[in-house]
Design a protein around this ligand. Structure first.
Ligand code: SF4
Ligand code: FES
Length: 361
């Protein structure tokens, strides 16, 4: 007799802004709202992380609840009725943003995140009054001791995303909250340089920071977010095949990012994928194949000449020493199809099974 797993079978009915939606047990109000295209603002939420409920920007009204609840951290229940955009909710969100801006530096003209800053977007969307309580920008000292990660603690809104992504996704824990109240700052243990607390330069903290507190040092002042052309492609470095977005400006590659919810990497990258892009712009890159002249010096030539030379030498070696004189090493940087063609060429044309793959070593 078939066993019916009720937990899997059961669906819930939720009403969001007057519209009935089917939801699965365990889904949050935020997830269900997004599933029907209802946007709820978030600052401390990242789909790669467990709900945290810190910023209170995602507050919504739930019928029967004692007060507004955070959509990111509230699970839906059967028959729940949710309102996401009432006057009361908009007033509360505006109040939260005004509080954040009361000590946030207004250095958007030189902030790396301008144009890609959640706080900037929401301040605009909610038409915030810039300083109902005066403006008291933070005055922390900035540290600049990491080759890839630029830090500006005065722009930090203490959402804790960097702390959590480093700890929960990377399993490292470079960041933590230090001090209390107005003196709270995101810092390394004992204020040590980032590189001394296990940082592997993945840049996940940069990728999750919703403002300009953490940014990419290598692309500082290279181009505004809205100035770049963005092309989705695959990272050229290894066989994992992470999806990256390359940002180009005036024929130069200025930044690489990854998109949460896309590809095998879900917005995450390693140090090479995120920061190792400046080789693309190097003037030392080869632009033509090189062959040795009669003096043994490498000189540029055409592909036809170079490939003819390779063919002649392959034929000569095979005639003199047989196929076993060759050994072929395939690369994880190639696609499966390219590696397949290479092994076919090795066995059928060169006549050897001397073949290996770098990922096996
Ligand atoms: Fe959030 Fe960025 Fe501050 Fe980290 S540095 S707590 S991600 S605002
Ligand atoms: Fe829900 Fe911050 S996004 S509390």
């Amino acid at each position: 007799m078939a066993v019916v797993n009720e937990a899997v079978e059961k669906t819930l009915t939720v009403t969001v802004n007057g519209r009935e939606v089917k939801a699965a047990p365990g889904q949050t109000v935020l997830e269900v709202a997004r599933s029907i295209g209802v946007e709820i603002p978030t600052l401390c939420h990242d789909d790669r992380l467990e709900p945290y409920g810190a910023c209170r920007l995602c507050l919504v009204e739930v019928e029967g609840a004692r007060g507004p609840v955070p959509a990111c951290a509230t699970k839906v229940g059967d028959g729940m009725t949710v309102q996401t955009n009432t006057d009361k909710i908009r007033r509360l969100r505006k109040f939260v943003i005004e509080l954040l801006l009361s000590n946030h530096p207004l250095d958007c003209p030189v902030c790396e995140a301008a144009g890609d800053c959640r706080l900037q977007d929401y301040a605009y969307e909610y038409e915030v009054n810039m300083s109902p309580w005066g403006w008291h920008p933070l005055q922390f000292e900035s540290r600049d001791d990491h080759p890839n990660i630029a830090r500006n603690p005065n722009r930090c809104i203490l959402c804790g995303r960097c702390v959590r992504i480093c700890r929960d996704v990377m399993g490292i824990g470079c960041w933590g909250f230090t001090n209390r109240g107005y003196d709270t700052i995101i810092d390394t243990p004992y204020n040590l340089p980032l590189e001394e607390v296990g940082c592997v330069s993945c840049g996940q903290c940069i990728s999750t920071c919703p403002v300009g507190a953490l940014s990419m040092k290598r692309s500082r002042y290279a181009a505004r977010h809205w100035q770049t052309d963005k092309t989705t492609t695959i990272c050229p470095y290894c066989g994992v095949g992470c999806e990256v977005v390359v940002h180009t400006h005036r024929d130069a590659l200025v930044r690489t990012t990854a998109t949460v919810g896309r590809g095998v990497n879900n917005g995450n990258l390693c140090v090479k994928g995120r920061f190792g892009f400046d080789f693309q712009n190097s003037p030392d890159r080869l632009t033509a194949p090189l062959v040795r002249d009669e003096n043994g010096d490498l000189v540029p030539t055409t592909w036809d000449v170079a490939l003819d030379r390779v063919e002649q030498n392959f034929k000569r070696i095979k005639a003199e020493s047989g196929g076993s004189a060759f050994a072929v090493l395939a690369s994880a940087k190639c696609t499966n199809e390219e590696n397949y063609v290479l092994q076919k060429f090795t066995r059928a044309v060169l006549g050897t099974n001397n073949m290996d793959h770098c990922a096996r070593l």
